[in-house]
Design a protein around this ligand. Structure first.
Ligand code: ZN
Ligand code: ZN
Length: 257
């Protein structure tokens, strides 16, 4: 496994097989909280243990509670829990399950932009912690491997980091899962998906990814910061399935409504 932080991810404990991700023992006050007391990234008040958010701001965030289990699309709260959205019923996506911590609204665009474009590592860790909380609350299935959605090499050079990888480090470490950040490559730079029609979106990302080293895992979770249309992650999921991965889930910090 050619994982970017597979070593430290595996330090979290012996490998164990469980059906669902479980609350790790590290979740809670740590020595770090004494050294660097958590401070709310939104209002500056004292944060919760191990989280740079205060209880009020955390409660006010747009948690993606009612969502399609296959694509994480936010659904009206009165829709039956566990109901698949109409689009997934017509065109089942290549994911078995999808989890997004938040709807992409309210303070989310600013938080994600701060992490993504200004390289604020504390915000990336915060988004990763929020993703971890949502996975635990939503009872996400436990994968064998985490694959962050890769950036095109030109974009990676320009930015200097892949925010999806930085976000993925938090759940990977807490859950004791390896990360493979090198087995898949984005081989084609694509135009932004925003504003394109559905068919155009799929064409836009077709052949965008190449699996250069097929993962030795049957169940993989993709991690991305924001899922807009789901087509980018779906293209990567199709590439992984062609490379022999049996099940691909999608984990994202936020999903556009
Ligand atoms: Zn606050
Ligand atoms: Zn759906």
């Amino acid at each position: 496994m050619d994982g970017a932080n597979s070593t430290d991810a595996q330090e979290s404990g012996p490998p164990c097989r469980r059906d669902r991700v479980r609350d790790p023992s590290r979740w809670g006050p740590s020595v770090l909280d004494w050294l660097l007391p958590p401070t709310c990234a939104l209002c500056g008040a004292a944060g919760l243990p191990g989280l740079d958010l205060c209880p009020g701001c955390l409660a006010d965030l747009p948690h993606n509670c009612a969502a399609c289990p296959r694509c994480a699309l936010p659904l009206p709260p009165d829709q039956a829990v566990g109901a698949t959205c109409g689009r997934c019923q017509r065109h089942p996506p290549p994911f078995d399950a999808a989890h997004a911590a938040f709807r992409y609204e309210g303070p989310l665009p600013a938080l994600v932009a701060g992490a993504k474009f200004r390289g604020r590592m504390n915000l990336m860790r915060l988004l990763g912690s929020c993703l971890l909380r949502a996975l635990l609350e939503q009872g996400a299935a436990r994968p064998e491997l985490i694959v962050p959605v890769p950036l095109h090499p030109a974009r990676l050079r320009e930015r200097g980091y892949n925010q999806a990888l930085e976000i993925a480090r938090v759940p990977a470490r807490a859950l004791g899962l390896p990360i493979d950040a090198r087995g898949c490559a984005r081989v084609r730079a694509t135009a932004p998906q925003m504003g394109l029609e559905r068919a155009a979106r799929r064409l836009n990302v077709r052949g965008a990814f190449q699996v250069t080293a097929p993962p030795a895992a049957r169940h993989v979770a993709l991690v991305d910061d924001v899922v807009t249309t789901g087509q980018t992650a779906a293209e990567l999921a199709r590439a992984l399935r062609r490379a022999g991965v049996a099940r691909v889930d999608l984990w994202a910090v936020a999903r556009t409504p």
